[in-house]
Design a protein around this ligand. Sequence first.
Ligand code: HAM
Length: 426
Amino acid sequence: MHRGVPASVSSGVRGTRDFYPEDMRVRSWLFGKFHDAAKSHGFEEYDAPVLETEEIYTRKAGDEIVSQLYSFEDKGGRRVSLRPEMTPSLARMVMARSGTLPTPIKWYSIPQCWRYERTQRGRGREHYQWNVDIWGMSDIRADAELLSVMVHLLRSLGLSEEDIVVRVSNRKVLEQVLGDLGIEGDEFTETCVIIDKMDKVPEEKIKEMLKETGIDEEAIRRILSIMGVKELGALASELGEGSPAVQELTSLLTLCDSYGIRGWIELDTSVVRGLSYYTGTVFEAHDRAGELRAICGGGRYDRLIGTLGGKDMPATGFGFGDMVIMELLREKGIVPDLGHDVQDVVFCLDEANRGDAMAIAGRLRQTGRLVDLVLEEKRMKWALRHADRVAAERLVMILPEEWSRGKVKVRDISSGTETEHEPGSL
Ligand code: HAM
């Protein structure tokens, strides 16, 4: 830290990150993989402002996300918030053009999201989240396509089904169980938010929270026993073959088989997701070792536009954060060695050739080469070391003697061989 600089200035806001060039290289590499995977499945990119009206998030109270908002009053007295997630913005955009957009709408984005959360490994107060969503299709085929694009991304990062598991379930499982017990509407969504905490909070505490919502002991036992089911046959015998939840999960797993991604997917009825807007398929990706927080989460949310005051449209999608996945890739040692993107370093030994060096760099840049021109007066040794440090392919040297013969010297950095060329032939 520099003397005289307040700690808050030198270290930034707690839970936020700076991206130095070496971090930015890795981030751009990861985002490149997000773009490639989305495009390989025919998704189009969109974006929205990081600032939204607070109301878009508080319409549906009760979700943890509402208590984590970075919200404030702007100078015009309006309540606004940094977005904690992209889905409400997307719903707003789709709603504004409803009826004019050809369906299915297949869009993706990589927004920065802000949540006032407890910072811990893999969780910060800002993160980037790759969002992939399909609107206008109620068929389970859309949910399967999303699992396919997610697995495509994971494979492209060098991961396999031995590293990652995608746990899937369906909100209709709990809907059926709770419906049989007479629990519906807001009470149902409230129960989902509690059940979502099952892997973070001890079972006794979960039971207490359920009791507080008015669910009796017998019903709690039934809920917890169904939440332990990890096999389709067992689920069918609990809920009946005709159960919509069982039918949708059966179709989803069959489609995953056809996509060749079945090995990545496991049925796990304890997955319900913490956001109240989900209505059908729900899923979460985790590291198999179970050491890290969720890598990705999503599902079907057919009634979100309705809660914003518009006409509902079926939708399904997921959010995939940049933090946990990087933790995992680093732990596995599979982040590639990403160099500085320089092909040629252009250097003149004598100030008399400064203009010639600029002209040569300019010409090379126009041909599409990535050129770092040495702007300061430096010695030969420095230029050699610099070319090596930035992992350039060539060092183009303008030296007085060679220049007087109309030539420049070019050093191939990996082999160390030096050759003479006419400047126009580089
Ligand atoms: P979510 O489960 O809240 O879902 O977040 C999705 C992913 O974003 C998480 O699995 C994690 O990778 C990342 N994430 C969330 N919070 C943090 C944090 N504080 N720090 C680092 N990473 C974080 C949603 O946000 C839904 N809107 C996803 C969605 C899109 N559902 C349908 N479409």
